[in-house]
Ligand binder design. Structure first.
Ligand code: GLC
Length: 429
């Protein structure tokens, strides 16, 4: 218990250390700005000890929402020399400056959880945010929807930057106009834990294309160098819509548009099922081909409220191949790299969503394993950005906001597990 209380205190300290007043940075140095889904996780962490600060985190994020509804993936509140790609590279013409793509929309789901902690306090805050959540989800339907499958225009948009599911679509990207650039990330973190140059060149080629067309969504959808349907995004938006519908009911708002979105994505999900690998997969929209990649994004199906017994078998197999759950990529795949970012390591935020989803669907033992493995990784290796799933070593940045936040909100044995609000089914296993 002493160790647990000590970790709770340490997690709080990390969050407060990364707190810039009305937003938090993911970690000092490597990521010096506000990131979209990091902030939503931070809000969940703040809600365990400062509910007002939790709402402020979400409010700051949505104060940079674009007029078309998009919530950008980075908000450059201040200028930091040397960061690449910084605001001048994105050149999106926003105040404050922002990137030009989005990130997984977890905000509405977490707002619902935060509201539940103190309904009286949260009601006005939730009311203010509701139309902003609607506009953000509508933006996804207008610009990232292919037959109910939610697509990303850039791997960064998925939040899983160099995952193997992008490899095939990335191969065809023309990098002839990319030129030289200085990567800031490599001065903070060991290069074998970060994306490789071949990935980075392509990341930049997509940014340059979008910038050249002035971030025009129609042009990017039609001719952009990268457009891939992502099971992670699809399940997260499906879940966010279910939560938004509950929020609409709480506020007495009309939920019919949200109901239509839910039906559309439920149909889209079926197309992402790849029977060859027994998992939900990514599809390159330009070629119509599956990535044939088993990743932790597939295991977000329970979080999305979708049951699939074959996937449960795949999940068991993947978990058994790794000391700690949940590796971001199947350890049996030749592409698995236990240290390299989204190609193998365990990420606490993905585990949180997988664990919440499993629990909600009644897979209690599996949910508990994901949660206790996450707690052990943090207890052994601290609040790292991600962890080696085989030997638990810490990887990437340290003193990381979202790892601290999910510890406080979910992984710590002292955390509440949102059981009541989520309407958890009686245990089936
Ligand atoms: C990396 C991660 C992304 C995260 C960001 C800030 O780019 O891939 O998911 O939002 O870092 O932590």
């Amino acid at each position: 218990m002493i160790v647990i209380n000590f970790l709770d205190e340490q997690a709080k300290k990390i969050m407060l250390g990364n707190d810039k007043g009305n937003y938090t940075v993911p970690t000092v140095g490597l990521y010096p700005y506000q990131w979209n889904w990091d902030s939503a996780f931070a809000a969940l962490g703040f809600a365990t000890f400062d509910i007002n600060r939790a709402w402020i985190e979400l409010e700051t994020l949505f104060s940079s929402q674009w007029s078309n509804g998009m919530v950008p993936h980075i908000i450059f509140h201040q200028s930091i020399a040397g960061y690449f790609p910084g605001p001048d590279v994105w050149d999106t013409n926003q105040v404050p400056q922002t990137s030009g793509i989005s990130q997984p929309p977890v905000a509405a789901s977490f707002a619902r959880l935060i509201f539940d902690k103190d309904k009286e306090f949260g009601l006005d805050r939730l009311k203010e945010l509701f139309p902003k959540f609607m506009a953000s989800h509508r933006w996804f339907f207008e610009h990232r929807n292919e037959n109910g499958m939610i697509v990303v225009n850039h791997p960064w948009e998925s939040g899983r930057d160099n995952a193997p599911e992008w490899d095939e679509a990335m191969q065809n990207i023309d990098i002839s106009n990319v030129g030289e650039y200085d990567r800031n990330d490599l001065s903070h973190v060991d290069p074998h834990m970060r994306p490789q140059k071949q990935d980075y060149d392509r990341f930049m080629a997509i940014v340059y294309f979008a910038r050249a067309c002035n971030w025009n969504e129609k042009t990017m959808a039609k001719n952009g160098p990268f457009r891939v349907a992502d099971s992670g995004m699809t399940f997260i938006l499906l879940r966010a819509n279910r939560d938004l519908l509950e929020i609409a009911k709480i506020l007495g708002e009309d939920g019919s548009e949200i109901e239509r979105w839910i039906k559309t994505i439920e149909r889209g999900v079926e197309q992402l099922w790849n029977p060859k690998i027994g998992a939900y997969d990514a599809i390159n929209i330009r070629t119509g081909t599956f990535a044939n990649s088993i990743s932790s994004a597939s295991f977000l199906c329970w979080y999305g409220g979708v049951e699939n017994s074959t996937l449960l078998e795949t999940f068991e197999r993947v978990i058994k191949s790794s000391t700690y759950s949940v590796p971001s990529h199947d350890p049996n795949s030749e592409k698995f790299e236990p240290f390299r970012y989204w190609r193998g390591p365990v990420w606490g935020v993905i585990n949180t969503m997988i664990g919440m989803g499993l629990k909600q669907m009644g897979h209690n033992k599996r949910a508990e394993k994901v949660r206790s493995d996450t707690a052990v990784l943090i207890a052994k290796s601290g609040f790292a950005e991600y962890f080696n799933p085989i030997d638990a070593s810490p990887a990437g940045g340290r003193d990381f906001t979202w790892t601290a936040a999910i510890w406080l909100a979910w992984a710590s044995p002292n955390a509440s597990d949102f059981q009541e609000i989520l309407g958890v089914k009686n245990g089936r296993d």
